[in-house]
Design a protein around this ligand. Structure first.
Ligand SMILES: Nc1ncnc2c1ncn2[C@@H]1O[C@H](COP(=O)(O)OP(=O)(O)OP(=O)(O)O)[C@@H](O)[C@H]1O
Ligand SMILES: [Mg+2]
Length: 286
């Protein structure tokens, strides 16, 4: 049985409420996120993805609709927000808005200090968190944030939230702006963390290769409405629809399209790199 860890019920969101600029951004969203899954939220720019994410750790509290996180209604005035935000860790869209200390260790310690852990425990936790994201603890502990590469910054930001031992990890377009190696490296880290820490992982991505590689399920958001919610296999075979929603396709799907256009006899249903490899090998053997 799938256990829902987050339930979104008839959620609406407006910015600048009670002003002449009031604009409804999310319209009547209802869906569940299951414990232990990797859920991707995709949609064109300004479709409301980052807005939606902020309901999951109660940065936004519903004015219309409900969001239940781990059995607790985020509208409940008795909700312990500090505890919820430890459980539901959020990595923001721009790493620079997450890292605001000068030294790596200070940055990772920041969240922990909110919880009054003793100094030794904090230092051990920082080193553990660095190792978990694949950064050599002794090398990175005293590094200046400004001296890190884009990929390393993302990892330090992830280490900062992991130090709080979360159950749900939310990542807002984590690979944006990374080079191919940095991207590959980060995808592997996210997958490793998800499995090792038995997290529920919710991520937004504009890179459909990331989505194909990581997601168990995909939500397609367009203009503040859920248009599709299904497995990657079922979503990525609906090419026309996705293009109409202003989305791109994973590279494998594009390659298959091109091959079919050049009259190569392979199935248009292929969405994975392994499937493509297999089909091409079969074809060459013929
Ligand atoms: N603080 C704000 N005040 C007013 N409008 C806002 C605010 N934040 C976002 N918006 C508007 O809400 C809409 C949805 O924005 P949001 O950032 O959720 O989209 P997104 O899907 O994350 O976009 P992107 O892919 O570019 O990150 C946009 O039209 C945006 O301009
Ligand atoms: Mg966004």
């Amino acid at each position: 049985m799938l256990n829902s860890i987050i339930e979104v019920k008839n959620l609406f969101h407006s910015y600048m409420t009670a002003t002449p600029f009031e604009k409804e951004i999310l319209h009547n969203l209802s869906f569940d996120i299951y414990e232990g899954e990797k859920l991707a939220i995709i949609g064109p720019t300004q479709s409301g993805k980052s807005t939606l994410l902020q309901y999951f750790n109660a940065i936004f509290i519903p004015k219309k609709g409900r969001v239940i996180v781990d059995g607790r209604d985020t509208r409940d005035s008795k909700l312990n927000l500090k505890e919820l935000r430890r459980k539901v860790a959020m990595l923001f869209q721009h790493p620079d808005s997450q890292l605001f200390k000068d030294i790596v260790a200070d940055d990772i310690a920041f969240g922990l200090k909110n919880f009054n852990f003793p100094e030794e425990v904090i230092n051990i936790t920082i080193k553990k968190a660095l190792a978990t994201v694949g950064l050599e603890p002794d090398e990175f502990f005293y590094r200046y944030i400004f001296s890190l590469s884009g990929g390393e910054k993302r990892k330090v930001a992830i280490a900062g939230v992991l130090a709080l031992d979360p159950e749900i990890l939310i990542l807002d377009d984590p690979t944006a702006g990374l080079d191919p190696k940095g991207r590959r490296d980060l995808i592997n880290s996210i997958r490793f963390l998800h499995n090792k820490l038995e997290l529920t992982t919710i991520f937004v991505s504009s890179n459909m290769d990331d989505v194909l590689e990581l997601a168990d399920r995909i939500v397609v958001l367009f203009d503040g409405e859920i248009k599709m919610i299904d497995t990657p296999k079922n979503i990525f075979k609906q090419k026309e629809k996705l293009l109409n929603y202003g989305l791109t396709l994973p590279s494998v799907v594009e390659v298959v399209d091109e091959l079919i256009k050049s009259k190569i006899n392979i199935s248009e249903k292929i969405i994975g790199i392994d499937q493509l490899e297999e089909s091409l090998i079969k074809l060459f053997k013929k």
